[in-house]
Design a protein around this ligand. Structure first.
Ligand SMILES: Cc1cc2nc3c(=O)[nH]c(=O)nc-3n(C[C@H](O)[C@H](O)[C@H](O)COP(=O)(O)OP(=O)(O)OC[C@H]3O[C@@H](n4cnc5c(N)ncnc54)[C@H](O)[C@@H]3O)c2cc1C
Length: 471
């Protein structure tokens, strides 16, 4: 163990990143894993400070300093096992959590220098453990319950809830509308951030714990929540996300050449078995002047996908400035390296078509930042007489998502907020007793780690609901 005072002298080392020129030729992950020597060195940079602000900043309250200490001692297997105590997806969160806004943002050594690369170490210890035979197992001392629980949605929230319920002794079936499980981990987030094999492996682990998956089943349409109760499920967890795109309703938004973000990402990032790629082949954007509207993670994934489809130019149009972009700094940096241009303080107003009815240009206006809103972010305000037009023959709208209704004929209505987010109590139970919810359907489009943390907590709520006296 390196003495505390000497640890601060070690510089931060991030995983090796593939050069931009090489990586835009494929859809594989762009970062290598840390090697063992580097992981030990970097974990040693943690000074094990008293107040553990990294843990406080982590929505899963991961035992970060403790698994960093184990890693610093070369005890990678123990570190990975410990990381699994608070997380169902540590190798995934390690790769694509926005650590720069969460644990690493509050890392104490980041005050004067660069924070510990917590995410990279989390990915390393878990990949090392998997390569050396570690697999999550059911707790042999778990109780055996007779009740079955249905989970709707196989994204991070549903997967975490399903695994936790299996660990608590319930028989769990996960229903999902898509062809394969994974939610946005598969049907949204591109392979250059998170390879599909990583998600498939994790789903395999959860299957091995006895969780059943029923795909191609849309709840509310193919079967209702009432049907699920009638089929003998004692409780239902809703982890159906927020997938309704926010529509700006701009004049001309039905012109040919304007895409919505998720269909664009699915078509261009996924192949079999997830989609029929003969029916929807990958687009070739050669000669296209692509404009992506929006500034979050989805927008970053769209610009970087466009770069991989050989677009002539790719521009991200965002109404605030770079500092106020909601996505991870790492992704913005990667996009810039891949040739993406940014037009800040800019808001689209309308789309124009050419004589053949195809997108030709977008009229925008300049914005400035006003007073902070309820969340403390400065409100973008239009500047007078600032209209201008940019050329574009391919635009992608990435303004975010809202939750959709899940109830069907004969179901009770679930209480929602004004933006359709489900209302839940402290046990994650909705207004329908026995129906629980969490993840993006409750919070609005958020993060993998917050959805996973909700799923875990809701499993506790379901357990207390089904066996109140024992808790
Ligand atoms: C393009 C994109 C990139 C992102 N990048 C990042 C990132 O880098 N880091 C990060 O932390 N977060 C990122 N996010 C956010 C993150 O993916 C989500 O916050 C997270 O996946 C939410 O998890 P969830 O389980 O609540 O919902 P989802 O992952 O959306 O899963 C919901 C599941 O429910 C299913 N479903 C929906 N309706 C029904 C129904 N009626 N019946 C049956 N099944 C249904 C869907 O098919 C889906 O599989 C990104 C989001 C997007 C869109």
């Amino acid at each position: 163990m390196i003495p505390k005072r000497d640890r601060l002298k070690l510089p931060r080392q991030d995983p090796v990143t593939r050069p931009a020129k090489e990586r835009i030729g494929d859809f594989r992950e762009i970062y290598a894993l840390l090697d063992a020597e580097r992981a030990i060195e970097q974990a040693n940079r943690c000074i094990l400070c008293k107040h553990e602000p990294c843990v406080v900043a982590c929505p899963a309250e991961n035992h970060i300093p403790q698994w960093l200490e184990l890693c610093a001692d070369g005890k990678f297997m123990d570190a990975a096992k410990l990381s699994h105590e608070t997380s169902n997806l540590p190798e995934i969160c390690g790769r694509i959590c926005p650590q720069d806004r969460l644990c690493e943002k509050d890392c104490v050594i980041g005050i004067k220098g660069d924070p510990v690369p917590i995410g990279a170490i989390e990915a390393f210890i878990n990949e090392w453990a998997f390569a050396n035979g570690y697999r999550p197992e059911l707790n042999p001392e778990r109780p055996q319950h007779s009740e079955k629980v249905a989970v709707v949605g196989a994204g991070p929230a549903g997967l975490a809830c399903a695994e936790e319920l299996a660990q608590r002794g319930y028989a769990v079936t996960v229903f999902d509308a898509y062809k394969e499980p994974g939610g946005l981990l598969i049907y949204g987030i591109p392979g250059f951030k998170l390879e599909k094999e990583v998600v498939e492996r994790r789903i395999g682990f959860i299957r091995n714990l006895g969780v059943k998956f029923v795909c191609n089943r849309r709840i509310g349409k193919d079967i209702t929540l009432t049907d699920l109760f009638n089929q003998g499920f004692a409780a239902i967890y809703l982890g159906h996300g927020a997938m309704q795109p926010k529509v700006p309703g701009l004049p001309g938004d039905d012109i040919e050449g304007i895409y919505e973000a998720i269909p664009f990402l699915i078509r261009n990032n996924l192949r079999e078995p997830y989609i029929d790629s003969q029916q929807t082949p990958r687009l070739n954007l050669q000669g296209k002047e692509v404009v992506v509207l929006g500034g979050g993670d989805t927008a970053m994934d769209c610009v970087r996908t466009s770069a991989r489809l050989q677009a002539k130019s790719v521009t991200c149009v965002y109404r605030r400035d770079e500092e106020n972009m909601p996505g991870s700094r790492r992704e913005i940096k990667a996009a810039k390296e891949e040739g993406v241009k940014f037009l800040f303080y800019t808001q689209p107003l309308r789309f124009q078509a050419d004589s053949q009815g195809k997108l030709q240009s977008i009229t925008c206006q300049k914005m400035q930042l006003g007073e902070p809103d309820d969340e403390g972010r400065r409100r973008p305000l239009p500047m007078a007489n600032s209209e201008f037009t940019i050329r574009s023959n391919f635009a992608i709208i990435a303004f975010g998502f809202d939750p959709t209704s899940i109830t069907g004929k004969g179901d009770r209505q679930l209480e929602t907020s004004s933006w359709q987010g489900l209302k839940v109590d402290e046990n994650f139970m909705t207004s329908w007793p026995g129906v629980f919810a969490g993840g993006d359907n409750v919070r609005g489009a958020d993060l993998i780690v917050t959805a996973m943390a909700d799923g875990r907590k809701a499993a506790g709520g379901i357990d207390r609901y089904l066996h109140p006296k024992e808790k």
